[in-house]
Each structure stands twice: as C-alpha cells, then as structure tokens.
Design a protein around this ligand. Structure first.
Ligand code: PEP
Ligand code: MG
Length: 751
C-alpha cells in the first residue's frame, strides 16, 4: 500500500461508500450519519478525525449493509462498474426535482444539458499534515478586501461544505501552516486578477502539498457585490461599465431589506453564525414543504428552521423569509444558498436543538413550537423570540457610487408611483426624479375621508354630491401641497379617480349597518345603492374616465384641488408643473371631454390666483384600443403613460385578480414563460406599446411617454422600455434603485 496508513484507507473507503450510496443509489445521507454518530459515541471520539482505523473498518462493513438494504444492490467492487454507475447518476441528476427547481429559480433552460468530468483525487484526510478547505479572495458577506475561508485538518471537502463539522477560519491557517497559507493566498490573488472577479476556491493539502480543486466566481451578498464592484473599478481591474453590468438589479433589493430596529426590545434566545445579512420575522416551520404550503399566495411569512439544509430544501428556502440551521459553517449549503438568494440566514446555531418530528426546537429552556413567531438577525447571528420591529435599510457609499454611475449612463428617467408625501420622500431618497403615478383614490380611504366619500357616492342629486365633494376638496388640496413640496418642482403626475365606486362602500351587513347609522342614511337605501353599484365585471365596468364623464363634478373637484395646490406653491416660488392624467381612456372623445373639464377648472383657478402656470393633461394608455388609436388621442393628450397592469389584463383577457387560479399550471406546462403581470409580455403587450408610441409621436412629435404599471420596476421590462423609446419608467419607491441600475444596463447593452 502506498501510504501504509490503514486509518486513512478505511476513512477514504467509508467516505466513498457513503457518497456513492447517497449520489448513485439515493440512500438517505442521514442513515450513514446515524451509523457514524453511534460509532463515535462507542469509541468516545469527539470528531470524525478521532475515529481509529478499527472503528472505520467496522463502519465500512455497516455502510455496505446500509447500501445493500436501502440502495438495493451489493456495493460494486469493480472500479469500472463504480465509474459507469457514477457517470450515469450525474447525467440523471439533471432531471431530478431539485435540479428542475434550481433551474426555474435561476432561469436556466432545461435544454442546456450537463457534462461529467472524471478526475483523480487528492486526499485531505491523509493525516495531520493534510487538510481541506474553501476560500474566497474577498469576504462574500461584506465585500471587504480580506482573504476569507475555512478549513478542516485531516478531512475531505465534503466535511466543509456539508457543514457536518465546524471548520476553522482561514486566519488560523496562517498560524498553523504559514507556508501553505502564503501559497494559497498568492494563487487566489492571481486567479482573481486573471478572472477579474472574486474567486471561490476549493483546495486540499495532501501531506504538505497544496492542490487547487476548483475555482469559480464567488457568490456574494448584494452588499458585497456592490462593494466589490466599486472596489475593483478603483483598483483598475474593470471599467465602470463592466461594474454596472456585473450587478444583478434584482439583487439590489436585498440592500433595501430591513434590519432590526436597535431601539426595539427583544429577547435573544440563541446565537449562530451570521451567514446572510438582513433581518426576518416569521412563523417557525420545520420543513421545506410546510414553508411552501404556508406561503402560497402570500398567506404567511415563515422562517425555515432545520438541522441543516440540503438541495432538496431549495424551494422552501426560497419561500421563507429567513433560514435558521443548527449546524454548518459559513460555507455550508444554507449559508451559500441563503446568501445567493439574499435571504436572511443564521447557521451553525449550536444553541438550539431541532426536533422536527415533535414540531419544536429548544434553546436552553425555551421551547419554540411550529408557527410560533421568531425574528432572525442575519448580520449578528441572533435568534429572537417573537416579532421584533424592523427598520428601513441604509444605503452604503458604494451603493450610492454605483447608482451615480448608473445615472450617468442611463437614458431613461426614473420616477416613482407614490400617493402620499411620505411615499414621495422615500422615493426621492432612493433617487426618483419625479412621480409617474399618484393614485388619488388612495387618498380617499383615510379615516376622516371615507365617510365623506361615501356621502358623495350616496348623494341623491348633483347638489348633494357637490356638497360632499366640497368637503373632500381641502383634504385633496393638502395632499397635493404635501407631495409638491417634497418633490420641489420635479414632475408630478396625478391621476384622477380610477376604481369603481362600489369599492368605497361597505360590503358586509354589519358594516352596512354601522355606516347607515354613521351617515344617517336608511339602511334600505344604502343596500339598494350597494346593489345598484354591483357589477359583474367591475374591472371592465363603471370606472376610470367613465366616472368623470358621468359625474364631471368629481373631476372638477380633483382638478380644483390640484390647481389650487399648484398655485399656492407658485406663490411660495416652488415651480410645480402639474401633469393631470386621465385613466382608462379608449376613445379620443373620452379624453377630450375629460380634458375640457380640467382646462375650464385650471383657467378659473389660475384667474382667482392671478397666476398663469404651465400644466399638462395626458392619458394612461391601458385599454388596447387606446394604443391602436393613439394618433387620434395624441391630438389632445400632452403625454402618455402606459398602464401595463390593465393593458396586460385586457390584452390577454386575464383578470388581474384571478390569474392565480391558472397561472401556476400555465407556467408548469410552459404555456407562458413567466407571469405577464411581472415581466412585460414583449411580443403582445409590447407590440401595442410600440404601436402606441409610434402613432402618438406621429401626431405629436416628441410626445412624452412613460410607463407606470408594475413592469416599470422589473429589469427585463425596463430594457424593453429603453429599446421602445420611452422617456421614463415609474415604479414603487423601493424599486427605484433597481430601475436606475436596470436602465443603465439597458443603455449599455443596446449601445
Ligand atoms: C395600470 O393599469 O398599469 C396602472 C398603473 O393602474 P392601476 O394599477 O391603478 O390600475
Ligand atoms: Mg390601470
């Protein structure tokens, strides 16, 4: 024998059977782990490395028995047969469930296929001068420029990545094996310079000789990605443009995630390793299936608590708010996957004992049952009992730097959908350059306002309706003043009332009774009105501009509030240019009528204030007909904003509210590549947008065109908007940074 070391030989042998059993014969790993645990107890061994050769020899026999019992065949002795079965197993793994889920989560086509490379091995378990580890050229959690990683002496790679033993930090390698450390560090830097990016490397030292097993681009948190991207530009490794293209805009979301409010009271019950930053609150579940089931359609927020995770858990991890594992290190499965998903994750939490079958975990004398709420702090590794208050994230210098580069690069402007001064503030802090959609109906739901809105809807005649509207006017005016003030002269698009009126009325008998008393209206009359406003297809019913045409006094009040607010601000030298937007227009005449009302009010109001100010009246394009007759609509409309939520709904004929019933089937059966309410359907809805822009600008050269549907914050849709020649995208305040980066990438990719 080459090594004359029976302990090593039996250790290698038992590892081989275990891995072969797991990967090739689908024997559950825990069966081997149990046998190993028992053996360690019997021999009084603290770690695997403490097991003597005799113990390992026994283990080999036990492992073979396990393989036979649960894998169905005698463990093959012929190396060629072993190789053949192993190669086949790799090829079949392409089609197992977890690979399919992984591909779906990462948009990898099923047709890509996989390859197998066969390699000879080096052994990190050959004794005290052998070791194995994983290292990164920079800290993948923070992006800090430090050599980072973990290793285990007398062990094999699986022991590190599987998280079954807690490894030592790489800083200790410097003390324990200084020469190896230097060598490894040098190789790492060289690879990083060559690949121009952070490397994630696996290495093994066999009796004092360093072998590099593999290197790949290091997965990292969003925070690290941004720090690294800006650092490597400064170091001259890559250009600003390359740095911009390197960040996945969707990943920026992670930076915008909440952290624990330091002022909040909390009870820390355990501490683990801070594997992926951010904070998460949710109800405890103990397996991936429960996580998926409970979170379906956003019903619950859960925290997945496991002994350790493995690739089978991937869907549950994606569904959970955060992940907590009792075992594993900073490069364990849970840590790496959690970080990649941008999910708050605490691993190696030895303070807890997980009892999945009994549906609880213990931390000291605390018992946490399934569905009890807990809070995780992925930045400190703390596990807290109950729901702890979270606060908004703070943006780092690198983040601002990167977005400043994005702003220099993009052509598309980025606005926000915001309905209150508070939302507008958040939007501006995130870099919004205006408001692309202020949904005024959201201002109608305030506690003091709803009764007045109801009074307006229940009014017997125009006079009564006008009286109710007069009461709403000061509220609306104050809202607009607040928003204009925050936006300091940046464009603000205000949309007139859009939803069907029944949305403002009480639905349940109890509510109706309460409201009838509150408003002093007969219950019977109230019910009759509710019934009369009931619609079979409210989304296609009496809503949008149809409301303002049948009840012009509503538009009058809203326009008056807008122009009074604008005039007030002009008096204070804030130059606002209001953009009034009419929803759901399908026919040019609908727009014309609404615009006449607005212009008349604008004229009257400006005369009262003795001011002349510039304003625009434009339309949403969200009914397919509007896109088709955009040339006619543009005769009067001074801007367009594509409402792609409704435009998608009406182009597909898919109800926005009911698509959940069939969409999962559609996605599974590949009828659709993605949810069209998330990613713009470029072939269908996109074609209408192109027609709308081309026709609109044929009538009105240079017509300002934007988008304010949800797609305005989705990177692939933003790229479409760039190519189609839109002027701006508008999205929710938290997605503004995502949109700024996506718009820059679109400009770079379509140069
Ligand atoms: C739209 O339809 O895209 C839109 C922005 O309006 P809402 O979502 O309010 O219908
Ligand atoms: Mg709409």
């Amino acid at each position: 024998m080459k090594t004359e070391n029976p302990r090593f030989a039996y250790d290698a042998y038992r590892r081989f059977i275990q891995m072969f059993g797991d990967v090739v014969l689908n024997v559950e790993r825990k069966r081997f782990e149990e046998a190993l645990g028992k053996k360690k107890a019997a021999f009084g061994a603290k770690t695997d490395a403490d097991l003597p050769a005799d113990a390992l020899k026994e283990l080999v026999a036990e492992y073979k028995a396990i393989t036979k019992q649960h894998g169905g065949i005698d463990f093959p002795d012929d190396p060629k047969e072993q190789l053949r079965l192993a190669v086949n197993a790799v090829f079949s793994s392409w089609n197992n469930e977890r690979a399919k889920v992984y591909r779906r989560l990462n948009s990898i086509p099923d047709s890509l296929g996989t390859g197998v490379s066969v390699q000879s091995m080096v052994f990190g378990n050959m004794g005290a001068t052998s070791l194995t580890g994983v290292c990164f050229t920079r800290d993948p959690g923070t992006g800090e420029n430090v050599f980072y990683g973990e290793y285990l002496v007398n062990a094999q790679g699986e022991d590190v990545v599987a998280g079954t033993r807690t490894p030592k930090p790489i800083a200790e390698l410097k003390k324990e094996f200084p020469t190896i450390y230097e060598q490894l560090h040098r190789v790492g830097l060289r690879l990083q310079t060559y690949f121009k990016d952070v490397q994630d490397m696996e290495f093994t030292v066999e009796e004092g000789t360093l072998y590099m097993l593999q290197t790949r681009t290091g997965k990292r948190t969003a925070r690290a990605a941004v720090t690294i991207a800006t650092d490597v530009v400064r170091e001259g490794l890559i250009t600003k443009e390359a740095a911009l293209l390197r960040i996945d805009p969707g990943q920026l979301d992670q930076l915008l995630h909440p952290t624990i409010d330091p002022k909040a009271k909390s009870r820390v019950i355990a501490r683990g390793l801070p594997a992926s930053p951010g904070a998460a609150v949710g109800k405890v579940v103990f397996n991936a299936r429960r996580a998926v089931a409970l979170t379906e359609e956003g019903a619950e927020r859960v925290i997945l608590v496991r002994e350790e995770t493995s690739p089978e858990d991937i869907e549950g991890m994606a569904a959970a708010q955060g992940i907590l594992t009792a075992r594993g290190g900073m490069t364990s499965h849970a840590a790496v996957v959690g970080r990649g998903m941008g999910k708050c994750c605490v691993v190696g939490c030895n303070d807890i004992t997980v009892r999945e079958e009994e549906r609880h975990f213990t931390a000291g004398d605390v018992i946490v049952k399934e569905l009890d709420p807990i809070t995780l702090n992925g930045t400190s590794g703390e596990v807290m009992l109950g729901e702890v208050a979270l606060i908004k994230p703070q943006l780092t210098r690198s983040f601002k730097q990167l977005l400043a580069w994005a702003d220099q690069t993009r052509r598309l402007r980025v606005r926000a959908n915001a309905d209150t001064p508070q939302d507008a503030r958040v939007a501006r802090d995130f870099g919004a350059e205006g408001i692309g959609l202020c949904r005024t109906e959201h201002m109608f739901f305030g506690e003091e306002r709803l009764p007045v809105v109801r009074e307006m809807i229940l009014a017997k005649d125009v006079t009564a309706r006008k009286a109710a509207l007069a009461k709403l006017l000061p509220f609306q005016r104050q809202d607009f003043i607040g928003i204009f003030e925050v936006m300091e002269g940046l464009p603000v698009t205000i949309r007139l009332l859009d939803p069907p009126l029944h949305e403002f009325l009480p639905n349940t008998p109890e509510e109706q009774e309460r409201v009838s008393k509150q408003l002093g209206i007969e219950l019977r009359t109230l019910r009759e009105t509710v019934n009369s406003l009931h619609e079979i297809n409210p989304m296609l019913g009496h809503r949008g501009c149809r409301l303002g045409i049948t009840y012009p006094e509503i538009n009058e009040m809203q326009a008056q509030a807008i122009f009074e607010a604008a005039c007030e601000l002009w008096r204070d030298h804030v130059k606002v240019v209001p953009e009034v937007m009419i929803p759901l227009v399908g026919h040019p005449q609908e727009f014309r009528l609404a615009k006449e009302t607005i212009d008349a009010v604008a004229k009257r109001t400006m005369a009262r204030y003795k001011l002349t100010l510039r304003y625009l009246v434009g339309t949403m394009i969200e009914v397919p007909r509007a896109a088709v007759v955009a040339d006619r609509i543009a005769e009067d409309a001074e801007f367009f904003s594509f409402g792609t939520n409704d435009l998608t709904q009406m182009t597909f004929g898919f109800s926005r509210d009911d698509i959940g019933k069939f969409l999962p089937h559609y996605l599974k059966a590949n009828v659709l590549p993605a949810d069209p309410f998330v990613k713009l359907d470029q072939d269908g809805v996109g074609a209408l947008i192109r027609i709308g822009i081309q026709k609109g600008r044929a009538t009105r050269k240079g017509l300002k065109v934007g988008i304010c549907g949800e797609h305005g914050g989705e990177p692939s849709s933003i790229e479409f908007c760039h190519r189609a020649g839109l002027d701006y995208v508008s999205c929710s305040p938290y997605r503004v940074p995502v949109a700024r980066l996506a718009a820059a990438q679109a400009a770079l990719r379509n140069k």
